[in-house]
Design a protein around this ligand. Structure first.
Ligand SMILES: Nc1ncnc2c1ncn2[C@@H]1O[C@H](COP(=O)(O)OP(=O)(O)OP(=O)(O)O)[C@@H](O)[C@H]1O
Length: 322
């Protein structure tokens, strides 16, 4: 079952599209890495999912039950915990008091027990009488997460939860998210503009550029696409490209800045070597390289931006595209 599915979702601010024709699919149990540059539309999408912002067009389906636009959002908000923008902590209260304030406002049964459990989960049980204004950024982020956990949500929406954390804080937060996902079965959507914060935890990725979904893929698909490629350098790159394109129809080629060719897809080193030998090319280099995941996502984000820039003016209410 998809916990979140959006269809043709769009949001305009003062006539300008922040999100457009946006289709997203988050399956139950996913840790969904939602990746996009600053201003790509991640927060706006997350706010529409949890009902904080009303879509201009399209719909959000949550937990398999359709709801059009912002209508009906209240039905599901109890099942969603969100940490979007600042966590809204009260600086003069302790961690426990902050949690209790929210739990009581939500009418949570056994509020005290639930708050202590949440503190335990985020490893803040030992903060006692310390006021939140004295917390580190990492502690505040973890308390923000504990606030989002009040009400025992099935889905967590976390907007840039790793922003500004030092390496230790980042690791603690990542481990915590994996624990919540694995032990409590919570589906988690985490947005970030920095991929290396996500690639160790996400099981699925969605890449957004200029408000539109560029690509969704599982972590395994990303690994496969970032798998080994070949680097070929010869004295005559243009001729080599023409030759390899003809000899290896299943391969994809990319010119590197130094004149080398990167060859990926259904191809192996022996096939390339054979094609080059057959044409009497002088081979300066033929080696296997692993593609950098960060580079791959940047290419996707920039590819999406190009598609967006080249797209003709659209009418309103069109079909969904991925
Ligand atoms: N309330 C608003 N009023 C007007 N424009 C807005 C509003 N909220 C967002 N926008 C615009 O919508 C676009 C998408 O913003 P959004 O915050 O969703 O992006 P983001 O991917 O979350 O960026 P960041 O990583 O910087 O948080 C931006 O151009 C932003 O300026």
């Amino acid at each position: 079952m998809n916990v979140v599915e959006t269809r043709g979702l769009a949001k305009s601010y003062r006539g300008k599209r922040a999100v457009d024709r946006f289709d997203m699919h988050v399956a139950q149990g996913d840790i969904y890495g939602f990746v996009g540059k600053n201003g790509a539309g991640k927060s706006t999408v997350m706010k529409m999912i949890c009902g904080l912002v009303t879509p201009t067009e399209g719909e959000v389906e949550l937990f398999g039950g359709a709801r059009a636009g912002g209508a009906g959002g209240a039905v599901c908000t109890g099942r969603i915990g969100a940490l979007i923008e600042a966590p809204g902590l009260i600086p003069n209260l302790t961690a426990y008091e902050n949690l209790m304030a929210k739990a009581l406002a939500m009418g949570v049964v056994d509020a005290s027990v639930r708050c202590r459990e949440a503190l335990e989960l985020v490893r803040l049980s030992d903060t006692g009488r310390k006021k939140v204004k004295g917390f580190s950024l990492g502690m505040k982020q973890r308390l923000g997460l504990a606030l989002a956990l009040i009400g025992s949500p099935d889905l967590l929406l976390l907007d840039e939860p790793l922003n500004g954390l030092d390496p230790e804080g980042t690791r603690a937060m990542r481990n915590l998210l994996v624990r919540l996902n694995e032990t409590l079965g919570i589906t988690i959507v985490i947005s970030s503009h920095v991929l290396d914060q996500l690639d160790r935890v996400a099981t699925r990725f969605g890449v957004i550029a200029h408000g539109t979904m560029v690509r969704e893929m599982t972590a395994d698909e990303v690994q496969a696409e970032c798998g080994d490629s070949l680097r070929v350098r010869t004295a005559d790159p243009a001729r080599t490209l023409a030759l390899l394109e003809e000899a290896l129809p299943g391969a994809a080629f990319r010119a590197e800045p130094d004149g080398a060719l990167s060859v990926s897809g259904a191809v192996n080193q022996a096939a390339v070597a054979q094609a080059l030998r057959a044409s009497d090319q002088t081979v300066l280099e033929l080696s296997q390289v692993r593609r950098d995941i960060e580079d791959y996502f940047v290419e996707l984000m920039e590819g999406g931006a190009r598609v967006q820039a080249e797209a003709p003016a659209r009418g309103r209410g069109g079909a969904c595209h991925v």
